[in-house]
Design a protein around this ligand. Structure first.
Ligand code: TRP
Length: 366
């Protein structure tokens, strides 16, 4: 089967548009001895805490799945720490390391994929400056994700950089001219804004950037253990790095169907957080649990115990990989250095293209 046929099976909805868009792409890879075009992925995370199960099903799973087909760039977005965690920058370095370990432990392969730190690629800041001139203030104020974050941020005054971070995120994505962005549902607003920026730039200065697509994972929004959005900062998340005991403790105190007091009461799995986790992490047993819960045949305590086992089984290979990488500081350093270098090389090419397009190359003058 040739590569195009494989692509068609895996991504029927996006492939046709992409083929057109990428026709001019010159990036090639060796595949079976031949040079073939390879599209790019860019996505990433803010180093404000360790990654959790929501990240896994929302985005990490897709990253792992696509790392052979795509040339992948994973950004650790430290500029974004400054938006609403500006007083916690002392922890950033520690969290960057944690996120690298999270990536490696879920199966992101540093031989195939590129992991890099946003602020070490100054070209991203340069691109942010250019893009900031083609986005209106009104458009920024309409971004629903930023609006929500502004409401929940525990800060009294919102900075210009906070409001503008979707522009910086567009620069992250377009700095390597990425085509596909695997993300959680909350990030789609930023992808939409990135697409608009790419189109506007192309309209003003000629075709320079691809118009990238977002790709949401099989569970776009995994709820936290309290029924709210799972979040690093809300104390309602199961982290990929949690120990078996911690997982058990967190699940034990999770909120279930509030109408159930006795184990024999009739349950309502459709409104129960724990049941959402079964659906995601144990689809095989899901039906049985649902029936038993509805009939009052399994109580919440037993159900939670079983879920802890399911989650711990899921996390076991991830913990093992983490143990392998944890402590290999030299290797982590090399992975980041190599990733930063490769990304910067690509970002420099992008800046050259963008500056030429804007007639900022000043060839006659200099
Ligand atoms: N805003 C993203 C988050 O909070 C992180 C991020 C930064 C990102 N730059 C990106 C995601 C570029 C996708 C593409 O999770």
């Amino acid at each position: 089967m040739d590569k195009n046929t494989i692509d068609k099976i895996k991504f029927p909805d996006i492939i046709e548009q992409k083929k057109l868009r990428d026709a001019k792409r010159t990036f090639t890879i060796k595949r079976g001895g031949e040079n073939k075009m390879k599209r790019r992925i860019l996505t990433g995370d803010r180093p404000t805490g360790p990654l959790h199960l929501g990240h896994y099903v929302g985005s990490l799973e897709n990253r792992i799945k696509f790392q052979d087909e795509y040339d992948c760039f994973f950004i650790i977005a430290d500029y974004q720490v400054l938006t609403d965690h500006i007083k916690e920058t002392a922890k950033t370095e520690k969290y960057i390391r944690e996120i690298v370990l999270d990536y490696l432990s879920v199966g992101i392969d540093p031989e195939k994929s590129t992991i890099f730190i946003q602020s070490l690629i100054p070209e991203i800041a340069e691109l942010t400056m250019y893009f900031s001139m083609i986005v209106t203030l009104a458009r920024l104020q309409r971004n629903p994700t930023v609006k929500k974050e502004v409401r929940t941020a525990k800060i009294s005054e919102i900075s210009y950089g906070f409001f503008g971070y979707p522009i910086s995120q567009a620069a992250d994505i377009l700095s390597v001219r990425a085509d596909l962005i695997p993300v959680g549902e909350d990030q789609l607003a930023h992808i939409e804004q990135t697409r608009e920026i790419a189109r506007t730039f192309n309209r003003l200065f000629g075709k320079t950037f691809p118009v990238p697509e977002g790709l949401v994972g099989r569970v776009p929004r995994l709820v936290g253990l309290d029924g709210q959005k799972m979040s690093k900062s809300q104390n309602n998340a199961i982290f990929l790095s949690d120990s078996p005991k911690t997982v058990q403790r967190k699940i034990n105190i999770a909120i279930t169907d509030p109408a159930r007091i006795h184990p024999t009461d009739i349950g309502h799995p459709n409104i129960c957080n724990i049941f959402q986790y079964y659906k995601t992490f144990n689809p095989e047993e899901c039906k049985e649990i649902e029936d038993n819960c509805k009939k009052g045949k399994i109580g919440c305590v037993a159900c939670k115990k079983k879920l802890s086992e399911v989650i711990n089984k899921f996390l076991k290979p991830i913990r093992e990989k983490r143990r392998y990488y944890d402590g290999q500081e030299k290797l982590i350093k090399t992975i980041l250095e190599t990733g930063n270098e490769k990304t910067q090389r690509e970002a420099k090419k992008t800046i050259k293209l963008a500056r030429e397009a804007m007639h900022f190359d000043y060839k006659k003058l200099l």
